[in-house]
Write a protein that binds this ligand. Structure first.
Ligand SMILES: *[C@@H]1O[C@H](CO)[C@@H](O)[C@H](O)[C@H]1NC(C)=O
Ligand SMILES: *[C@@H]1O[C@H](CO)[C@@H](O)[C@H](O)[C@H]1NC(C)=O
Ligand SMILES: *[C@@H]1O[C@H](CO)[C@@H](O)[C@H](O)[C@H]1NC(C)=O
Ligand SMILES: *[C@@H]1O[C@H](CO)[C@@H](O)[C@H](O)[C@H]1NC(C)=O
Length: 578
């Protein structure tokens, strides 16, 4: 009874909703349910706390959460088969991992398995990485494959693309008009542009265009040229080259030479004294038949050709007209062999002809990294681009030092045979290197890729002609307005030149100007840049001579003096008479 009033007191203030709780029967049920719920909550919390004590689990769940990302990465793989294979492999591994994770979750005592799990996760991650690395290697393996596919793949990888672009920009300071959408993405990843170069400039082989390419490349990068001593236009051709023919060698004014490319009669041992040991040696050959026709017209004034009224006339009487001991007659006979430093006075009847031929070919192969072919000039430029690891913009050029078309003559098959016999050594050399040229195109570029780059090169050249040239093409020298851009004329040939588009200015004008600057003017320009103090001294001396002339003007001596000087100037300017 004493309990009742208390219970009554407690129950009394309760609202009308809960009076049923006050009944004893309902109270017992309520407490029972409460107890069960509490026990359940406690067990659950204890279970969670125990799980969290297992270190490594947060790490593992992280690993597992990265798996889908990894799989997404693998999805980018271009090779479908590879993708499927690694995908299923990863799926298997992932399932395995999930399975083990479940086991650990349900059985807290599996602590030892955590290490195992970690290594499994680590190996999985490594595999994923390898998968991505494989993908990065793909463009390199695909050098000869389709360029557009390569670019497509390349664009998929955003970050490497960005960094690559930067690299490209650094290596090749782009200019507004020379910008192309190209190209050779892989080349820059896999090779370093070469800048130690020896070019043996041969005669009437489109070598002036290559000289222009080398001049522009070197000038824009401040490379040093091994230029002829005292502003000569050639390295004292036709004498065998000697290291002291190069300006700055004897005086030790230049510490390192990058490019040597002026006319010389080749001598490897002497060139090697001047140029770095890792220099890239290359040259260009032309079919001796077409070459002979060109040489006969250009060098008409040499003793051997003087009395000949036609090329056939010369070939029919060659041994009467050709006297080896007369100056400049070497132009008339196996000039390629001569320029490479071999004895050119050879015919098929020479006793050791076979031996000499093999020696010449083996010698050239040993000394030169690349021999280009004039008949395949554009192909040659693509091959050169790959060999030097340069860009398309670096090897584009206009035809320089070239005759106008109407001066070219067709050669009859009969004449062609006579030329092959007369210049049989050159002919054998040409046939050999025409073969190796195509082998190199196949191994270094690939025919399919070559076609692609050829059209890119031609498109770029057309674009440049459109931008740079007033008439869009070459014109006869009488039509060249700017005397500084007038090509040197020699012999009976009419060497064409170009007029600059008058709308150009700034950097574009400079680039266009360099593209059409003839050989002699460009050589002068580079010499002045490289040896300004020598040029200043020479100018001073010329001024003094000029003022002396002024004083002597009225004397009878003057006429004689002028005549002599004019004669000397003619000899100096003639690139073929040193
Ligand atoms: C070349 O040299 C000139 C003058 O010294 C300098 O202004 C220019 O930045 C250099 N160019 C390169 C590509 O090094
Ligand atoms: C070749 O030229 C030299 C030098 O002028 C001369 O002595 C020689 O007689 C010439 N030979 C022939 C076959 O004309
Ligand atoms: C050039 O070759 C011809 C024919 O073999 C020979 O008669 C002549 O002596 C040679 N000249 C020289 C300078 O070797
Ligand atoms: C040079 O090689 C090409 C390709 O093999 C061939 O078509 C061409 O006839 C060769 N030229 C000569 C003169 O043999």
């Amino acid at each position: 009874m004493p309990l009742l009033p208390r219970r009554g007191v407690r129950c009394q203030p309760l609202s009308a909703i809960t009076p049923w709780m006050c009944s004893r029967r309902y109270s017992i049920w309520f407490l029972l349910i409460l107890l069960v719920v509490c026990a359940a909550i406690q067990t659950f919390v204890a279970h969670l706390a125990r799980n969290e004590k297992l270190n490594g689990l947060p790490y593992l769940s992280q690993e597992i959460s990265t798996l889908p990302n990894a799989l997404v990465g693998i999805n980018h793989k271009s090779s479908l088969a590879l993708q499927e294979e690694s995908r299923s492999k990863h799926m298997e591994r992932t399932a395995d991992l999930h399975h083990q994770y479940k086991r650990i979750s349900s059985d807290g005592s599996l602590k030892g398995s955590v290490a195992e799990m970690r290594s499994l996760a680590a190996s999985l991650q490594a595999e994923t990485k390898n998968g991505l690395t494989d993908q990065m290697h793909l463009p390199k393996l695909d050098i000869k494959g389709s360029l557009s596919l390569l670019l497509l793949r390349h664009n998929e990888r955003r970050e490497p693309h960005e960094s690559n672009k930067e690299q490209t920009f650094k290596t090749y300071p782009a200019s507004a008009i020379l910008k192309t959408t190209s190209n050779n993405v892989y080349t820059k990843e896999s090779c370093q542009p070469k800048s130690h170069i020896v070019f043996l400039k041969t005669h009437k082989t489109a070598s002036s265009s290559i000289l222009n390419i080398l001049y522009r490349y070197g000038e824009s990068r401040n490379l040093s040229f091994a230029l002829p001593l005292n502003k000569h236009s050639q390295l004292f051709y036709p004498f065998f080259f000697a290291s002291h023919f190069v300006e700055g060698v004897s005086s030790r004014r230049v510490s390192e030479f990058h490019i040597m490319c002026n006319h010389m009669r080749f001598s490897k041992s002497e060139v090697a004294k001047v140029m770095p040991t890792d220099s890239f040696y290359f040259s260009i050959l032309r079919n001796p038949v077409a070459m002979m026709e060109s040489i006969f017209n250009y060098y008409k004034s040499i003793p051997a050709f003087q009395k000949a009224h036609s090329l056939d006339n010369f070939l029919d009487n060659s041994w009467k007209m050709y006297n080896t001991s007369l100056t400049n007659n070497h132009y008339a006979h196996n000039i390629l062999a001569f320029d490479f430093g071999f004895d050119n006075n050879v015919t098929a009847r020479t006793d050791d002809f076979e031996e000499r031929t093999n020696m010449a070919i083996a010698g050239i192969e040993q000394d030169f990294d690349l021999i280009l072919i004039s008949e395949y000039f554009d192909e040659s430029m693509i091959l050169l681009k790959h060999a030097l690891c340069w860009s398309l913009e670096d090897i584009v050029s206009f035809r320089l030092n070239s005759r106008s078309e109407h001066q070219r003559r067709n050669i009859s098959p009969d004449t062609a045979e006579k030329v092959k016999q007369w210049n049989v050594l050159d002919w054998k050399i040409y046939l050999h290197f025409n073969k190796t040229f195509w082998h190199q195109v196949n191994s270094l570029v690939g025919i399919e890729h070559l076609k692609k780059e050829l059209s890119q090169l031609r498109a770029l050249r057309a674009k440049l002609a459109n931008t740079c040239l007033k008439d869009g093409h070459a014109v006869d020298p009488s039509e060249v307005k700017d005397t500084r851009l007038k090509p040197f004329q020699y012999g009976a040939a009419v060497i064409q030149g170009y007029n600059l588009n008058p709308d150009l200015n700034g950097q574009s004008k400079l680039i266009c100007q360099r593209l059409i600057t003839p050989e002699l003017q460009y050589t002068d320009l580079l010499y002045t840049k490289q040896f300004p103090e020598k040029v200043a001294k020479q100018r001073q001396a010329t001024k003094m001579v000029a003022s002396q002339h002024q004083r002597l003007k009225k004397t009878s001596m003057m006429k004689k003096l002028y005549k002599r000087e004019a004669n000397q100037r003619h000899i100096r300017n003639d690139p073929n008479i040193f």
